[in-house]
Design a binder for this molecule. Structure first.
Ligand code: URA
Length: 256
């Protein structure tokens, strides 16, 4: 499945790590730091670009910066971020080994859900980040990121844990939708599912390598493609927004 992206700047010849890091820095400085593509520019403290390794195999995509991210300029620094760190640790990864970004680079006031117009204005930044980083795997966290990257309306409760081969700007990769960590903070059953889905990430990174020559019965099983559904999992959307509120600090949630 080819995902139309607007990431014309895919840097297919950029196989050198420092060059990729420089390209990402240059893009951020030239196009993102002072972005005024939507009205969130007027209410943000700063743009939250993303953080981690520009050469990472795995790109995590969340929803939007919340109160803490807006203050610090770094994604996932609140309660959901602490859970993300813990989940990464559980599969032997650190934040420094992956790249973490959001659908929106600026905080929606009051941590409301992203608006369609804001997503449309901002998506070019994310697709350009994908084009430069060229990850093997994009793990979308929650509904907004999953729908944007897949280009499909399927709700996260239906598609989580189901990898889908896609191409963004000609770059082939695996999309792997996951529940948003903020949702799992509120629902312990979701946390168990999220942990189980996370456990498959190392294997998927390996599987996402260039297609191997398959001999005889060694062919991999067909990928479980997304089921078709127009559901929006509103319960998940609501708790994700709530968790971006300043009040949703770890000690107040009593979850860490
Ligand atoms: N923090 C982020 O950076 N993104 C989210 O989606 C939630 C919290």
């Amino acid at each position: 499945m080819e995902r139309a992206s607007g990431c014309e700047g895919t840097l297919s010849d950029m196989d050198d790590a420092p060059a990729r890091a420089a390209a990402l820095n240059d893009y951020h400085a030239a196009e993102v730091v002072d972005c005024v593509r939507c009205p969130l520019a007027q209410t943000r403290t700063q743009v939250v670009l993303g953080s981690g390794d520009p050469n990472a195999d795995v790109l995590f995509v969340g929803e939007a910066p919340g109160y803490h991210e807006d203050k610090h300029g770094v994604p996932f620094v609140g309660a959901a971020g602490k859970l993300l760190d813990k989940l990464l640790g559980g599969i032997g990864l650190t934040r420094e080994q992956v790249f973490v970004a959001n659908v929106l680079k600026c905080r929606p006031p009051g941590n409301r859900d992203p608006l369609a117009a804001e997503i449309e204005a901002c998506e070019g930044h994310l697709f350009r980040q994908v084009g430069i980083i060229q990850p093997k795997l994009i793990c979308t966290l929650g509904n907004f990121a999953t729908k944007l990257i897949s280009g499909r309306p399927d709700g996260i409760s239906r598609v989580h844990g189901n990898e889908l081969p896609i191409a963004i700007g000609g770059h082939k990769l695996l999309l792997y939708p996951l529940y948003h960590p903020a949702a799992a903070l509120y629902m312990p059953s979701m946390l168990a599912t999220l942990e189980a889905d996370f456990a498959r990430i190392p294997g998927l990174i390996g599987a996402a390598a260039p297609t191997p020559i398959v001999v005889g019965d060694a062919a991999p099983p067909p990928t479980d493609a997304f089921r078709s559904s127009a559901d929006v999992d509103r319960s998940e959307v609501a708790v994700v927004a709530a968790a971006r509120e300043p009040a949703a600090e770890p000690q107040q949630l009593g979850l860490f």
